[in-house]
Design a protein around this ligand. Structure first.
Ligand code: HAM
Length: 424
C-alpha cells in the first residue's frame, strides 16, 4: 500500500488550527444573528444547472467546477449563493416578510491552482439578503462584513467598491468595451479574445491580462451609467460615509461571477504577510438570480469571506490566539483502573464538568504531566482508601488547598472550587 496523503488543494483540519476556524465561525454565527440573519445549509452537490446557468461566462463555472455523476449532471458547489437561491425559491421562502436574511459557513470546491490562501476545498462564511433593492441594504450588508473583519481585529484592510449599473448601463458599457477591445485585440490573451464576444466585462477581471496597458486604459463604467444607476451608487456611498466605513471606488472591479448587477465590493488585506491571495471577501447585488430560478422578482445582495484567508491575515496581524485548553478536574488513579474511578468521572461529567482521567494505566509522573498539559483547575486523587470510604481527595491547583470529600458532596464542592454553575 503506498503512503497516502490528502489530495493537493485539500487538507486536514485539527488541533489548534481547527480551533481557530471554529472560533471565527462561532463569532460569525453570533454576529449574523445580531443582524437578524438565520443559518442555512445546502447540499455540497447540486444539479449542475444551479451553477452553470445559461450564458454564464465566468471561469469559476466554466473551468473550475468539479463535475460529478455518470452523466455529468451534478457538480460540487464552487460557491454558496446559487444553491441558496435555488433553496429560497424551492421552499418558497419569499412568502416570508422581506428582506429574508440567510447566512452560511460551508465548504466550497474549485479546481484552481493551489497556493497559499487558494485551495481546491476551502471554507466560506457568507450572507445573502433577499428582498427589495435599496441602497441602505447595500450599505448595511457591506457594514456587516466590514465590522465583522474589524471585530476579528484586522486593521490592514481596504474596502474596494464599484457599480456595474443597471441593465441599460451595462449594455452601453459592454458595447463600448467591445469597440475598444476590438481595436486592441492583439493585446488580449486567447481567453479574452473569446470573452470579447461572450462577455467583454470579464476581460477587466482577467488574471493573465491584468497589468496589460490596454486593460489599464479601457473605458471606465462611470461614463456609461444611467442617471438612476449613478444616483443609486451615490446613495450607497453616502450611507458608507455616514457609517464611517472608508472605501476606494475601483472602477475596474467587476468581480469574477456573472450574476452581479449594480453594487460590487471586495475587502482586501494590505498586510504583505497575507500573500498574493489578499481578497478576504467579495460580494455584490444580484437582481436576476431569483427570477432565473423561477421565483418572484426579488433582488439580493450578499458576500462571502474565505475563512482560510481570514486566518492567514489574522496570523499575519497577530490577532488570533490559540484556544487554551482548560479542564475542571483531572482524576489521578492510584488504583489501577478500579470501576469507582470511572463512576466518579461519570457523575461529574453528567453534572457538566470537564473531566479527564487516566484509563491507560500510566505511571503517576505521566498523570501529573497531563494535569499541567490540560490546564486542570483541580485534581481528584483516588486510592484504595477513598474507594473503601466512598470519598475522593480534591485538590485546588491554584491555592494548593486539599480536602477529603464524600462522593455525595463532590459536585457541590467542585462547583465551589471551579465556579461552574451549570444552571446559569
Ligand atoms: P468569490 O469572490 O468567488 O465570491 O469568493 C468569495 C471569497 O472566497 C474570496 O474573496 C476568497 O476569500 C474566498 N475564496 C474564493 N476562492 C477561494 C479558494 N480557491 N481558496 C480559498 N479561498 C477562496 C463568491 O463566492 C460569491 N458567492 C460571494 C457572494 C455572495 N456574492 C453575493 N453573495
Amino acid at each position: 500500500m503506498p503512503k497516502l496523503q490528502s489530495i493537493k488543494g485539500a487538507y486536514d483540519l485539527f488541533g489548534s488550527n481547527l480551533s481557530k476556524f471554529n472560533q471565527v465561525k462561532a463569532l460569525f454565527r453570533q454576529y449574523c444573528e445580531n443582524y437578524g440573519y438565520h443559518e442555512i445549509e445546502t447540499p455540497v452537490f447540486e444539479d449542475l444547472r444551479v451553477f452553470k446557468r445559461e450564458g454564464d461566462t465566468s471561469d469559476m463555472v466554466n473551468k473550475e467546477m468539479y463535475v460529478l455523476g455518470n452523466d455529468n449532471k451534478m457538480g460540487l458547489r464552487p460557491e454558496g449563493t446559487a444553491g441558496i437561491i435555488r433553496a429560497y425559491v424551492e421552499h418558497k421562502m419569499y412568502v416570508n416578510e422581506a428582506p429574508y436574511k440567510l447566512f452560511y459557513a460551508e465548504k466550497m470546491y474549485r479546481k484552481e491552482r493551489p497556493q497559499k490562501g487558494r485551495q481546491r476545498e476551502f471554507n466560506q462564511i457568507g450572507v445573502e439578503n433577499l428582498g427589495p433593492k435599496k441602497a441602505i441594504i447595500d450599505a448595511e450588508t457591506i457594514a456587516l462584513g466590514y465590522y465583522f473583519i474589524k471585530l476579528l481585529g484586522l486593521n490592514d484592510i481596504e474596502v474596494l467598491i464599484n457599480t456595474l449599473g443597471d441593465y441599460e448601463s451595462r449594455k452601453n458599457y459592454t458595447e463600448a468595451l467591445k469597440v475598444y477591445f476590438g481595436h486592441n485585440i492583439e493585446c488580449l490573451c486567447d481567453d479574452c479574445k473569446k470573452r470579447l464576444h461572450t462577455n467583454p466585462l470579464r476581460i477587466l477581471d482577467c488574471k493573465v491580462d491584468n497589468q496589460n496597458d490596454a486593460l489599464q486604459k479601457a473605458p471606465k463604467i462611470d461614463e456609461y451609467l444611467t442617471v438612476e444607476a449613478k444616483n443609486y451608487f451615490k446613495e450607497v456611498l453616502s450611507y458608507l460615509d455616514i457609517l464611517e466605513i472608508p472605501y476606494k471606488v475601483e472602477q475596474r472591479l467587476v468581480r469574477g461571477l456573472d450574476y452581479y448587477t449594480d453594487t460590487v465590493f471586495e475587502v482586501v488585506s494590505t498586510n504583505e504577510a497575507s500573500g498574493a491571495q489578499s481578497t478576504l471577501f467579495g460580494g455584490g447585488r444580484y437582481d436576476n438570480l431569483v427570477e432565473y430560478f423561477e421565483g418572484p422578482a426579488t433582488s439580493g445582495i450578499g458576500f462571502a469571506m474565505g475563512l482560510e484567508r481570514l486566518i492567514i491575515s489574522m496570523e499575519a496581524e497577530g490577532v488570533i490566539s490559540e484556544d487554551a485548553e482548560e479542564i475542571d478536574t483531572y482524576i489521578i488513579d492510584l488504583t489501577n483502573s478500579d470501576p469507582y474511578v470511572l463512576k466518579v468521572a461519570s457523575i461529574l461529567r453528567n453534572n457538566g464538568f470537564k473531566v479527564e482521567l487516566n484509563v491507560y494505566d500510566r505511571k503517576l509522573k505521566a498523570q501529573f504531566k497531563s494535569v499541567a498539559r490540560l490546564n486542570a483547575k483541580t485534581v481528584i486523587i483516588i486510592g484504595e482508601d477513598e474507594i473503601k470510604e466512598a470519598t475522593v481527595m480534591l485538590k485546588n491547583i491554584e491555592t494548593q488547598e486539599q480536602i477529603k470529600v464524600n462522593l455525595d458532596e463532590l459536585v457541590d464542592k467542585l462547583e465551589e472550587m471551579v465556579g461552574n454553575d451549570i444552571d446559569e
